[in-house]
Structure formats: structure tokens, C-alpha cells
Design a protein around this ligand. Structure first.
Ligand SMILES: [Zn+2]
Length: 403
């Protein structure tokens, strides 16, 4: 009996020792496997990154998707993948990645906001505006509050929902501590313009007042106020308001010059209206104002007076437009005289000049360089407001986009 107990005294510690050794072995094995897994992930990440840097996005995505599958906890990687998909125009895949993140309950509130913001951008890119709005509105007041509000503002402008755009821009002002007055005044003008088309003159008046409260003496609001008075059958007041534009924003006069002439015609004061526009040409020689003044002088006073006006303009502010109009007017005069040789000469000159002016005369966006034949309050290239110079340039074609 005593012998058996003595055996146990030896066996038990040996068994314990063996058990301890086995557990240590197991732990080391597990650590080694973890280490190997980590190394594998690291290698895949580096591979993915190097493929990205070598501009091989397809293979990069493949490598990164593999890591994301191996470790679903890699949140930043999921964000990177989602954005990569969106940038490549694969919005459906981007939505799937970001939706997966947005649906996770274990995320920190900051990551949840990030996911809602990215999902909103995906929906915006896919043109699913209702879903974009819902997702962007879920973003809380953190780091992503400003970009989410900026995206909402962008979206409301695409939808031409100016009322919501005004609210978003006002909130953005508070969030950023930065003025968005230019955009807000323009949104009120857009509302006013739409109301004018509907002949809802009460709303036109309200919109103009709000635009002028936001930016006093705002050029577009004053132009619209003149149109409002014309619609009310009050041409005298229209001319008064437009005279303010002539005084403080003369470069914008081409936008209303035709209506200015109509308002003067109603009052039987066409000559006075034309004189004022002609006066403005001293400083605003080239561009659309010249086209309009030329048209009205020819109608009211005949081609000889138009030729005289153009000669004066060519002395003050020579331009291709003026030269082209001069050739056009002289052709009309030559046709009246019936001088064949002169007609042929002028026709050739005019053909060349027209070709040059059509190619070169453009309004240019000061922000992105987008060039356009007509004037825009909002640039179709970069969506900035009041970025277009009201003066049409005749300079050499820029390398930027144009229409
Ligand atoms: Zn632009």
C-alpha cells in the first residue's frame, strides 16, 4: 500500500510537468500561427499598396479584398476599398462595402458617421438622391458633419431644390464659421426666377428682398427686380433699378440691355435708352453689349450711324467683335451702293472674322477655367457661383474644357 502511494508521489508531478509542457507547446504553436497570419496579411497589404502605387487598381482591389475577408475588423481598409470602388465608378460595390460598415452595431459613433457619409456619397454618385439624403442626414455632429452638409448642399443644387439649399448653406455657415452669402443670394434669385416664370409675383418680390438682404446691391437680384417691375407693368421703376446696375455693375449690362431697350420703347424713349447704352460702351467696348447696341442702332438710326459708333469703339476699345461688326455694317452699306468688288472683299473679310470670333469669344470661369459661349451665374464645370467674369474674352483658347 505504502509502495503504491510512493509511486504516485513520483508520477503525479511528472504528469503535471508534461501537461504544462504540452500547454506551452500549444501556446507557442498558436503564437507562431498568429504571427504567420499577421505576416501574410502584412504581405498582402504591402502587395495591395504597391499594386495601387503602380496604378494596377484591378490587382490592388483583389489583394485588398483578400485581406478584408481574412480580417473583417479592418475598418479603415473597408473604407479605403469602398472609396476605391466609387472612384472607379463601381458604385454598386462601393455601396455594398459601406452598407456593410453602416449596418455594424459594434462601430464607434465616429466610424458609423464616416460610413453614413461615404454611403451618402455613393448614392449621390449613383443618382439615388433620396437615399443619399437619408444617409447624409444620419451623420451626427462630429468630424463628418461639414463634409456631409456640403454633400447635401451639392445634392440640393443638382435637384434645383433651392429652399433646402438655402437651409443647408445657412447651417453650413454656422458649422464652418464661413460666409456662404453669395450662394444664398443666388439661391433666392433662382427661386425668384422660377416664380417669375410661373408669374407668381408675390414670391418674386419676396425672393428679391431676401437676396438683397443677404447681399445688398446684388447684381442678379437688381436685374431680376427690373424684370419684376416690367411684369408689374411699371417700366419707369424697371429703368430706375437697372440704372443702378449700370452704375454699380456696368459689366453685367449686356444681360439686360435688350429688355432695357424694350422698357424705353414702351415709354417712347428708345433714343434716350440707346444713348445711355452707347455711353457705357466707352468702358465696356467689347462683348455682347456691343452686339446688342449695334443691333438697336442699326434698327433705330440705320447702318451709317452704326458704322460711326463702331469707328469710335475701335478707337477706344478695339476688339475682334467690333471689327467683325464693322465689316458686317460696311457690307450692308456696300450692298446698298451696289459696288461688286467691295462686296466681294468685305464678304471674304467678314467670313474670316466671324470664324475667329465664334472660336475665341468665350466667357471664362475664374475658378476652373471652363469656357462657355454664354454667360452662367453658376459654372457648369465646377458648380461655383459667380465665378464667371461677365466680360467675354477674345483671348487664345485655353487648354481647359469649353462648350
Ligand atoms: Zn468653373
Amino acid at each position: 500500500m505504502i509502495q503504491v502511494e510512493t509511486v504516485w508521489l513520483f508520477v503525479l508531478p511528472v504528469l503535471f510537468g508534461l501537461g504544462w509542457l504540452a500547454s506551452r507547446w500549444d501556446l507557442r504553436l498558436e503564437n507562431r500561427m498568429d504571427e504567420r497570419e499577421r505576416m501574410r496579411q502584412q504581405r498582402s497589404t504591402f502587395k495591395g499598396l504597391s499594386l495601387l502605387l503602380n496604378e494596377q487598381p484591378d490587382q490592388a482591389i483583389e489583394a485588398l479584398v483578400k485581406i478584408a475577408q481574412l480580417d473583417p475588423e479592418t475598418i479603415d481598409l473597408h473604407f479605403a476599398l469602398g472609396n476605391l470602388f466609387r472612384r472607379r465608378g463601381e458604385t454598386e460595390r462601393a455601396i455594398r462595402v459601406h452598407q456593410h460598415l453602416a449596418n455594424r452595431d459594434d462601430l464607434r459613433s465616429r466610424d458609423r458617421d464616416h460610413a453614413a457619409y461615404e454611403l451618402g456619397r455613393d448614392f449621390l454618385r449613383a443618382g439615388l438622391l433620396d437615399r443619399a439624403e437619408a444617409s447624409l442626414n444620419r451623420v451626427g455632429d462630429g468630424k463628418f458633419a461639414v463634409p456631409a452638409k456640403e454633400s447635401l448642399l451639392e445634392m440640393y443644387q443638382i435637384e434645383r431644390d433651392w429652399k433646402k439649399a438655402i437651409i443647408a448653406a445657412t447651417e453650413l455657415q454656422t458649422l464652418q464659421g464661413k460666409s456662404h452669402h453669395t450662394e444664398i443670394a443666388q439661391f433666392h434669385c433662382e427661386l425668384g426666377q422660377e416664380a417669375l416664370r410661373r408669374k407668381d409675383l408675390v414670391e418674386v418680390e419676396q425672393s428679391i428682398d431676401r437676396a438683397l438682404q443677404t447681399v445688398p446691391n446684388h447684381a442678379r437680384a437688381l436685374i431680376l427686380q427690373g424684370d419684376y417691375f416690367v411684369a408689374m407693368g411699371r417700366p419707369v421703376q424697371a429703368i430706375e433699378v437697372w440704372s443702378m446696375v449700370a452704375k454699380s455693375h456696368p459689366a453685367y449690362m449686356h444681360l439686360l440691355a435688350d429688355r432695357w431697350m424694350s422698357a424705353h420703347a414702351v415709354l417712347d424713349k428708345s433714343e434716350a435708352g440707346l444713348d445711355r447704352l452707347n455711353e457705357l460702351l466707352q468702358t465696356q467696348g467689347s462683348g455682347e453689349l456691343l452686339d446688342i447696341v449695334h443691333k438697336h442702332i442699326t434698327q433705330l438710326q440705320g447702318p451709317k450711324a452704326a458704322e460711326l459708333m463702331l469707328q469710335v469703339v475701335m478707337q477706344h476699345t478695339p476688339s475682334l467683335t467690333a471689327l467683325c461688326k464693322l465689316a458686317e455694317t460696311r457690307l450692308v452699306l456696300a450692298e446698298a451702293d451696289g459696288s461688286e468688288d467691295r462686296i466681294a472683299d468685305l464678304q471674304a473679310t467678314l467670313g474670316l472674322l466671324k470664324q475667329r470670333t465664334t472660336t475665341l469669344a468665350r466667357y471664362t470661369c475664374g475658378n476652373c477655367g471652363f469656357r462657355a459661349r454664354r454667360f452662367y451665374w453658376q459654372c457648369p464645370g465646377c458648380n461655383h457661383w459667380e465665378a464667371y467674369s461677365p466680360r467675354r474674352s477674345e483671348g487664345a483658347e485655353s487648354s481647359g474644357p469649353s462648350m
